[in-house]
Design a protein around this ligand. Structure first.
Ligand SMILES: [Zn+2]
Length: 389
């Protein structure tokens, strides 16, 4: 059995080389991690998607007891399409500035690399409580893989004490996070020649009305800005990310699809925006559309939902993570991660990982070598703690 560990940066080099853009299969990477773990005698369990094209992986080192720590990360990355990269995004490249460039270095193969490089150290340690690794797929497209992973993990291992989600926080301890909802609204109109607007219904024009309404709602919700929580901008936000529809400039569009979403602060009602959108459509927009033509319709479909992370529910994980980082305060972030899914299963959860979220999703994404070192030290302290816990 192998005992010699790669460094976390060697491990990162290996992980970055897999193009795990969310639209691709992640199985090559997962198989590589699985074979790496088995070289050290660690068995892993795969939790595949329905089509068998992607998989989550979980593995445990240490005793089969309660009170373990879950180290969690996602294996997928966002696309590099159209981005001006100055290095090959799939080859880890260290520049003289001490930064390690490549897609996923910061979000979030850096954390996974650190965890994996410590496998031999976990194996050697006299762990009193287990370490669980949970690596998911499709985080970047709405956290689609994690629910099944978390369900399987929680059903298979005695209750863990805390979860660390290693998204980039500059190794700060994040215990508060917004909830996020992703929605697709499809407007179906009736095609007609553009000179005969009385004969048809433009799906695009009604989608425009809906966007206008969302903008007004956004202004109203911004008026309820909260000062008790330090996420910026401190209120619910709404964004229409994709609008698609129409076939020609002289045809009333038959279809228009809006892919949009919102984020609400911990403690706020995470269903308010969807509920009000449904009410607006049912009571105002759809009747107006149907008055033009009875065949017109609007469908609102939830695509994804991520629960918020409430600080007061994650005291245990925050206390431990602060001990391991040496930090003295916690942070709140506006973006979504898989943390809310773990929290939904009743386990204290925080986010803490190497790299700056500002570098995530960018061309020339990087993680600083110093951040990898800090995360190495963090995992070292997790191991020490687990030997005495
Ligand atoms: Zn991420």
């Amino acid at each position: 059995m192998r005992t010699q560990a790669p460094s976390s940066i060697e491990m990162l080099q290996r992980l970055v080389a897999f193009d795990t853009t969310s639209r691709n299969s992640n199985l090559d990477l997962i198989e590589d991690i699985r074979s790496y773990l088995s070289e050290f005698g660690v068995a892993s369990t795969l939790v595949p998607n329905a089509e068998g094209t992607k998989a989550n992986l979980f593995a445990t080192i240490g005793p089969a007891s309660e009170g373990g720590i879950v180290l969690s990360g996602h294996t997928d990355v966002v696309p590099v399409d159209g981005q001006p990269w100055s290095t090959d995004p799939w080859t880890l490249t260290e520049k003289p500035d001490g930064n390690l460039y490549g897609r996923g270095t910061c979000d979030m193969k850096g954390f996974i690399a650190v965890v994996l490089s410590h496998v031999p150290a976990f194996q050697r340690a006299r762990l009193k409580v287990p370490m669980h690794f949970a690596f998911s797929y499709d985080e970047e497209v709405g956290c689609l893989g994690a629910p099944a992973l978390v369900e399987k993990l929680m059903g298979n291992v005695p209750r863990p004490r805390a979860v660390i989600v290693g998204e980039p926080t500059m190794m700060g301890v994040v215990n508060a996070q917004n909830a996020g909802g992703g929605i697709v609204t499809t407007f179906t109109g009736v095609e007609a020649h553009s000179s005969m607007t009385h004969l048809g219904v433009s799906a695009i024009h009604f989608a425009g009305d809906f966007i206008h309404w969302l903008n007004e709602l956004q202004v109203e919700l911004a008026g309820r800005k909260r000062s008790d929580i330090d996420t910026v901008p401190g209120h619910t936000t709404i964004n229409v990310g994709i609008m698609s529809g129409g076939t020609a400039g002289n045809i009333l569009a038959r279809e228009c699809k809006l892919n949009w979403g919102y984020r609400t602060l911990p403690g706020d009602d995470p269903w308010e925006v969807q509920r009000r959108a449904e009410k607006y459509i049912a009571e105002l927009l759809l009747p107006k559309m149907k008055a033009k033509h009875p065949d017109a319709s609007i469908e609102l479909k939830r695509r994804s939902f991520l629960p918020a992370l409430n600080p007061d529910e994650n005291v245990e994980a925050a206390k431990l993570a602060l001990e391991w980082t040496g930090g003295n305060r916690t942070y709140a972030v506006p973006y979504g991660t898989e943390a809310g899914i773990f929290r939904g299963h009743g386990v204290s959860t925080v986010i803490c990982g190497p790299g700056d979220i500002a570098q995530a999703h960018q061309p020339d994404e990087f993680v600083a070598r110093a951040q990898m070192d800090a995360c190495d030290a963090f995992v070292g302290r997790v191991i020490k703690w687990a030997e005495t816990a």
